[in-house]
Design a protein around this ligand. Structure first.
Ligand code: SF4
Ligand code: SF4
Length: 338
């Protein structure tokens, strides 16, 4: 039997998804018996020219992690789409933008200015900013240019499946790989390796169904009761609006769910679904009281859309109003804003 051809790519992300694949441990040996890795630049020395030279649809499955933030990310997404039969958005960045997607709030010029000039640890007296092109006597140096907006993989090319998580849990990855190996993939468009419940359904904490707090708290402000629902103790927990799959990892470690497995089945917009669940917990309170307590939430966009802003309805409305693929002003045509 011919071995499967497998590719793994890392676009704009932290690298945790590649580590999650390494965490397959001994399953990697099983995988090696049935699949050849034909492209995994993070782990082995492949060149884009090697992929370019492959026949179209030569790769059976590509696990693509990372958001589309640079012109290089978009180029490789198109290239791998051309060469791959089953393209999988692997992890939260590729699926929904994740933390890089929060950069869409203020845009890439703000991110470059902030990272290069004003963080407390920055030492940059010349005020230099990264630039996409730089002329040297030896020739022109180039860097991938940032686009105006961070996009999900599916906003750039069609995909077959997604695997949620930041990063995906290794058991879930193996479930997905087993479905590939046994040729038992579900309907195109499905999530792989997860079921349709929410994190709350996997959480062992007791829920009364009622939130009775004067203000919401941040995790460092409280040592929560280990038995009771964290949301009902005043910590914003995204469990009610988040897809199951991790086994309620964070809540079992005394931390609220941040929502990294993306919107629960049937929820169009994770942030709106979470807000809805929280407001429902205040049933019986006046609108004014609910608004007063909600106003104590620190960083509402970062809290409700920490992982899903890039794929949210909020972002899509913004995308409709802006040219999302354009290169950011600071880097356009090799201009240097410094
Ligand atoms: S809101 Fe959080 S702590 Fe409460 S039941 Fe759901 S997952 Fe558990
Ligand atoms: S509990 Fe929430 S934030 Fe933590 S791993 Fe699970 S889905 Fe992600």
């Amino acid at each position: 039997m011919d071995k499967l051809k497998l590719a793994v790519y890392w676009a704009s992300s932290c690298g945790g998804c590649d580590i999650a694949i390494v965490e397959l441990g001994e399953h990697l040996l099983e995988l090696a018996q049935v699949a050849d890795i034909v492209f995994w630049p993070c782990a082995m020395d492949f060149k884009y020219a090697d992929v370019q030279a492959l026949p179209d649809k030569y790769i059976d499955v590509t696990l693509f992690n990372g958001a589309i933030r640079t012109d290089e990310d978009a180029h490789v997404a198109h290239l791998l789409r051309e060469k791959t039969k089953v393209l999988v958005a692997f992890g939260s960045c590729a699926m929904e933008g994740c933390i890089p997607g929060l950069g869409n709030i203020k845009g890439p010029d703000h991110a470059l200015q902030r990272a290069s000039l004003t963080t407390p640890t920055t030492d940059n007296p010349a005020g230099a900013l990264p630039r996409a092109r730089f002329a040297m006597p030896e020739g022109e140096l180039t860097l991938p240019a940032l686009a105006n907006q961070v996009r999900t993989l599916e906003q750039v090319v069609p995909i077959e499946y997604s695997i949620p998580g930041c990063p995906p849990n290794h058991d879930q990855i193996w479930k997905a790989m087993t479905a590939v190996i046994e040729n038992k993939l579900p309907e195109v468009g499905s999530l792989l390796g997860v079921d349709d419940r929410t994190v709350c359904d996997q959480c062992p904490r007791v829920r009364e169904g009622k939130i009775r707090v004067e203000r919401f708290l941040r995790p460092h402000e409280i040592i929560p009761d280990p038995e009771r629902c964290l949301l009902e103790q005043g910590l914003i927990c995204a469990g009610p609006a988040t897809h199951a799959g991790c086994g309620a990892l964070c809540v079992k470690a005394e931390m609220p769910c941040r929502g990294c497995y993306g919107p629960a089945a049937g929820a169009l917009d994770q942030g709106a679904a979470l807000l809805d669940a929280i407001v429902a917990g205040f049933e019986g309170e006046s609108d004014a009281d609910i608004r007063r307590v909600l106003a104590t939430i620190v960083d509402p966009v970062g809290t409700f859309y920490r992982f899903s802003l890039g794929a949210s309805l909020l972002h899509q409305l913004k995308m409709g109003a802006e040219a999302s693929g354009q290169i950011c002003a600071s880097q356009r045509n090799g201009e240097d804003a410094s």
